[in-house]
Design a protein around this ligand. Structure first.
Ligand code: 6PG
Length: 240
């Protein structure tokens, strides 16, 4: 399906629009299933959204929301490069969330392949699904790097060809910082989502954006491979 694309002059209107989408999707999930399964994105673009969610609420009670991570850098939680460590004080600390509803990726588990298997099992246990049908997040938030990567799916990565596993370990990227090993959702899990919301600033990403939004998916731009089979795909782009 073709994405719904909206462009904004700056971070404030983009954050308002992102919060409106999260709120609408969360309300629909609560009405349909009585819970909201959300996967958070790393990177800097969604941080104002997380602050707004903590400040204003987001359409589902925190106690009925499951917070997962679409990718993580394999560094200690206290490291400034940790997605969980970065997001936690902005979204989790100010929000009364039962600790069992927060699902950080298990970066302490070694080897990383076992960490990926462990997280996949955690996703399956929380969301259900069958071995043949990946579980469906209500909403997956994503960003995109200037090289076209999304989550930690990088151009040329064998992880792009994954058809069965839902979470995999990948080596450090060579195209962007931080160059540390990662854990990431795979395309089968991303594309099973009910709604995928990309947040991206256009600056420095113009070429990748054009290819990500083109009709024909391009493996050189992994973000273009995210096309939910039976869900909504939305891009909010900051031009400021
Ligand atoms: C990560 C990500 C990654 C991120 C993009 C965009 O952990 O690095 O989840 O895919 O979303 O690199 O990052 P910015 O929003 O900082 O540009």
């Amino acid at each position: 399906m073709n994405p719904a694309v909206r462009r904004f002059p700056g971070a404030v209107p983009l954050t308002e629009a992102a919060l409106a989408t999260v709120t609408q999707v969360a309300r629909e999930a609560m009405a349909a299933r009585g819970r909201f399964a959300l996967a958070l994105s790393g990177g800097s673009s969604p941080l104002p959204l997380y602050a707004a969610m903590a400040r204003q609420g987001f359409g589902a009670p925190p106690g009925a929301t499951l917070f997962f991570f679409g990718d993580e850098r394999i560094v200690p939680v206290g490291d400034r490069r940790s997605n969980f460590g970065t997001i936690s004080p902005i979204l989790f600390t100010p929000t009364p969330i039962p600790v069992g509803n927060i699902h950080p990726m298990p970066v302490e588990v070694r080897p990383a392949t076992l960490a990926a298997e462990t997280y996949e099992a955690e996703v399956r246990e929380a969301l259900g699904g069958t071995p043949d049908a990946p579980p469906r997040f209500d909403l997956i938030l994503l960003g995109m790097g200037p090289d076209g990567h999304t989550a930690s799916l990088f151009p040329g990565s064998p992880a792009l060809g994954e058809t069965k596993r839902l979470v995999v370990a990948v080596p450090p990227p060579t195209t962007v910082e931080p160059r540390v090993p990662r854990l990431t959702f795979t395309l089968p899990l991303l594309n099973a989502a009910r709604h995928v919301l990309f947040l991206a600033g256009a600056k420095g990403k113009e070429a990748a954006l054009e290819r990500a939004l083109a009709d024909t998916p391009d493996p050189a731009v992994p973000a273009s491979l995210v096309r939910p089979a039976d869900g909504e795909l939305e891009w909010l782009i900051g031009e400021g």
